[in-house]
Design a protein around this ligand. Sequence first.
Ligand code: SF4
Length: 710
Amino acid sequence: MKVPVFCGKDCGGGACPMLAEVEAGRVTRILPNPRSGKWILPCSRGYALASEHYSPLRLRSPLVRRGARGERRAQGAGGLGDFREASWDEALGMVSGRLGEIADRYGPDSVLALVGAGSTGALHSTSALAKRFLSLAKGYTKLWGSYSNGAARFVLPYLLGPEWKMSGFDPATMRHAEMIVLWGANVLEARLGSEIPARLLEAKARGTTVVAIDPRRSQTVDRAATWHITCRPGTDAALMLALLETLLEEGLSKDEWASERSVGFGRLADYVLGRADGIRRDPEWAQPITGVPPEQTRRLARAWAATSPVMLLPGYSIQRTRGGEETYRLTLALQLATGNFGKLGGSTGSLNNRLPTPRIGGMDPLDDPDRPAIPVLHWPDAILGGREADFPTDIRAALIAGGNWLGQGADARKSAKALDALEFSFCLELFPTPTALRCDVVLPVASPLEKEDIGIPWLGNWLAYKPRICTPSASARSDYEIYAELAWRMGFGQAYTEGRDEAAWVATFLAASEIPDIEAFRREGFWLAPEQERCGLADFARDPTAHPLGTPSGKVELESAALADETGGTAIPMWTDPPGGALRDSLLLVSPKVGHRTHSQGGDPESVARTGGHYLSMHPADATARGLAGGEEVRIEGVSGVARAKVRLDEGLMAGVVALPEGPWLPPDAAEFEVSSSPNLLSSTLDHGPAQAPSLHGLRVRVGRIQAES
Ligand code: SF4
């Protein structure tokens, strides 16, 4: 029997439809769902749903901390640290009791919702379910911003007004592109949409020029690019300025078209051409910063101007850097300068997933805009510093769900210290992650195969469905069920559930949807909305007077007085040299996503086994200069501490750049951190711009022999 299912990991794809082959009540295989066609396809993480579900590493019982905080966690039965197994009744009683006590003693704002990622879905949205619970409890402190794309999301509303949420494109429009520029967008591994990988590969096969600007020869570069340009991480804004300079200098830019649709284009041109300060931001100026030869920059600018339409797809990586805010101001400027903004087969240069998904109901998180909030980057600083450090609240407890925050956030040492400083924390998890093992109570949650839900994609005009395929074992409960039971114990069960079980919620959401045939949707697991070639802000681009944006000027604000006033930054995007001297003199770390796991979630030992381990990739010339050999374990020193990893020599990597993949689990004991290989042992919560977004690429590091330096 084949049953529809989807993978709802919050991964950059978001809801890939699939089929589960079920024999004698056991899922034997996960297959593509033919109803979703040849474009909307899952990745290896989706095909691993069954092995994740049946993994022997999954939590089998609620766990309750036995020892005091700070005790060595590597000890204890089953390698799970200093915990004992508990009944659901005891574990839930402990959570409801401690939450109530802490809210009474310190106020409800003392509870932090450390939630996000995890799973998407109309019902089983990790973050909506948790926020709804805490809202109805007595309140909480929330996070604002984003580890993923915080800098882009911060600046885009200044440039585009509320219409920034309409500035993406449907992947089907990629078939109209004559050239595709992937700028730091490793879409075959990081995804950025369930449909983009297949569309991209088809575009390449059809003869479309695919330019990949990336310091690494990623899988995307290897399989999809026809032209690879390596650019030093953290310097993309300088390369963008040099491209603009070439366009302007050689008379290739559509100045009038861009000026009709933006404010500040002329002032940006003055800056780029050096009219204001005598410094031309030409390709020769950019080369020492970016490492890109001037002839490559000019060739790209000329190709961009000579081809139409050009689709620019900026990845998140280019804004997860120091000064990352500037990059997305300049991607929009490039698409305006070349006349590709809002054009079918082109793009605005904004975040690609900014288009509405089909209408469907969803769990209301009961969010309150006046609730105290801290930037997500600073959650450890807020716990450790509280009001004395100018945060709005003193955090005493945390609800943790949807992620292994210890491995996913900046400065893992500080994160561990912060988790240990809490008076009480509990988490909902499938696996005994290092974050879970720093909590007081760990509640095992149901797997995706054990939950009915409606899948909402990150990018695309369609929906997916899955029934409950496997009956949850006695040891696991869905997030919804856990919060509902806690809510009943705390006196607001009716308000949380509104009298509905999970099936009733799904039926309610479907009834509120635009899906014409709900029974067919349930049967087939997929519904494609009629419009499949939406091009963000096309009306504005065609006629900016008739369809103005909601910005003060009605146009794209390449020059933004509000941005300058509110952030102390510059009204037009500019390049500023990094503190500490030129980046070319340093070894720069990037921490790329890998295709087989979403951040740090899942069973890490299994993901390590699939790939053969975590490595520090290094160009052979850099290794030779340091007397290092492939396979050798090295010490990596960054701004917040040290890590270790084995060297993998990689000629496809730009010299001067090293790559350590994001997401490996840290050991339970912080004393062992420095012999592990998480790049977040090397990053900081403090190096940020006005968006307070993380800088996780282009970090200066030193790499050397262990015996020589320790
Ligand atoms: S792209 Fe994301 S949602 Fe789709 S299968 Fe992969 S992990 Fe799951």
